[in-house]
Design a protein around this ligand. Structure first.
Ligand code: ZN
Length: 179
């Protein structure tokens, strides 16, 4: 029996690493919304990707790594602490900005082969650039038809699917900012 945590570790990020998309850059500042409902057993799809709000009003943030030697920032965080930019092992954990701009995206109309993706279809994924200079691979939430490159987006945490044990498996996404 598979649960969410197994899945992401094996497939989710690695799969996304293979994608190459065109890119544009930018910045933005917005607020965030958490879609967790009280009473749901909502667990992160994997540990260490983002902070889970512990109270209403608290907002999730992505967890990255910053190299204390050269300043390079990484997401997801570097578990082994090696900076591939300067080859030093001198990392600290940092919480990243909740706001960014869409660098690129694509909308997927059919479930991908391999069973690694268990969320709704169609879905959108792509890249978001954060103000601190890191590019984040992400799913998108909200109206997929409204997505555009360079659009201002905000971080949200949403249920992705329910696993075999009945857990609401949640992950981070970016969603267009309400104007
Ligand atoms: Zn470094």
């Amino acid at each position: 029996m598979k649960n969410c945590k197994d899945l992401l570790e094996q497939k989710f990020i690695k799969r996304y690493d293979k994608m190459k998309l065109e890119v544009e850059a930018g910045l933005i500042f917005v607020d965030i919304e958490l879609t967790t409902k009280e009473g749901e057993r909502m667990i992160p799809i994997t540990d260490g990707l983002y902070t889970m709000p512990q109270s209403p009003g608290e907002k999730p943030q992505l967890i990255g790594s910053r190299c204390l030697s050269c300043g390079e920032i990484y997401f997801p965080r570097k578990e082994k602490g090696l900076c591939v930019h300067c080859q030093q092992k001198n990392m600290e954990e940092v919480k990243l900005s909740r706001h960014g701009k869409i660098a690129s995206f694509t909308v997927v109309m059919q479930p991908p082969a391999g069973g690694f993706y268990r969320g709704p279809v169609p879905y959108a994924y792509g890249y978001v650039d954060l103000p601190e200079g890191v590019r984040v691979e992400t799913l998108f939430a909200g109206d997929l038809d409204a997505l555009e490159t360079d659009m201002d987006v905000e971080l949200v945490v949403e249920k992705l699917y329910e696993d075999d044990e009945g857990n609401e498996c949640a992950t981070y996404k970016f969603k267009p900012v309400q104007k």
